[in-house]
Design a protein around this ligand. Sequence first.
Ligand code: PMT
Length: 422
Amino acid sequence: MEEFNSTCHNGLFDKYSDMTVNKHILLGISGGIAAYKSAELVRLLRKQGVEVRVVMTQSAMQFVSPLTFQALSGNPVHSELLDADEENAMGHISLARWADLLIIAPATANTLAKFSHGLADDLLSTLYLAATCPVYVAPAMNQAMWNKAVTQENIAMLRRHGVSLIGPEPGDQACGETGFGRLSEPVDICRHLLQALDLEQASTTRCLQGMKVLISAGPTREPLDPVRYITNRSSGKMGYALADAALQAGAEVTLVSGPVNLPAPANIRLVKVETAAQMYGAVISRASDHGIYIGAAAVADYSPAVTEPEKIKKQAEQSTIILQKTRDILAAVAQLDKRPFTVGFAAETHDLEAYALDKLTRKNLDMIAANWVGQEQGGFDSEQNALQVFWKNGQKNLSMTDKKLLAEQLIALIAERLHQEQ
Ligand code: PMT
């Protein structure tokens, strides 16, 4: 049998067909306009040799005919909780035991609410309760429904119960609104599921074997006096995930980190800094000795012109702080005579693409990974993120997912670009 992916390459889906891998995925479809996209998901999974069985809710069947899924999966579609014919064959318990993985795509707000509260009034919700395998949900709904506090509480509860999320994505919605709530692309959902079943590795194969990678992570702290400082919301999760992914890909990793509450990754050289000036020194002194620099840190653009030696006392009604521009670490790395392959980040609240492209050219970068910040999902201090990655004459969108998986995908992309440019 052919081996699955052996490089960091992401474009797997045309390569393999007509083989079985003895893996079973149970796909639950709940009722939303995105239900039609799940047909493509079934096709992609089957193409990878995975056996798929489909369960549809009553409202899902209003959007797409079960016949479509029967034809694509090659198996009858299940929809009834109490079906006399099924109980002796593939009843809900045997279906749940058959599955190596349960994925709900699209998962509506109603389905997520039922799952999080343990309701079991139809086949899909009963299967969720009966399942002992890993469970993934790919939500799709109107952005206001997604952002509603109760939906977010349900999501948080499902996460605590061990359910993994894929998406949702930001963008234009079928209802005409814009925001988070789009179903992730079938190809991305498929990739996550293959990785979960160990059928595909994103970058854990050794695509950076022997490379030295320098990464900055976390925020900086710019002191005003001995007790106060200016900082930002960066948790360091994105940068630390990149350090881990680079290590898994075979690189020797140095991580220059601002103050964060994350455990120091094993087998990585960790350099702790506090201020933008210290980060500048730590990065610039090492950059020429590395093949890749990834600037994931949220470095302060300005720091107080003066740091008071003693605590500033409360006096006047208003107070002014004079700030001074910090030195741009990323731009300085890209100007070095012996420069590494230089990857920047862009954290934006608006005009993401325009600002990212401006930074790519102005700072003379090899690549830039742009993310939305200041939104409910993604960016600062969240478990998940999505990236739009740009380089000269190219771009790739990495859809919303856990930062660990996203980091593997970005490392794979960096390796691909680097090898193409060499
Ligand atoms: O840490 P997390 O909570 O996981 O959040 C991740 C993140 C949102 C912080 C991360 O994904 C991210 O976007 N990091 C870059 C944040 C940022 O400072 O973006 P920026 O658009 O302001 O800066 C652009 C680039 O210039 C960045 O690569 C930054 O590291 C770099 N920079 C900025 C200022 C400066 N003085 N020196 C720099 O090197």
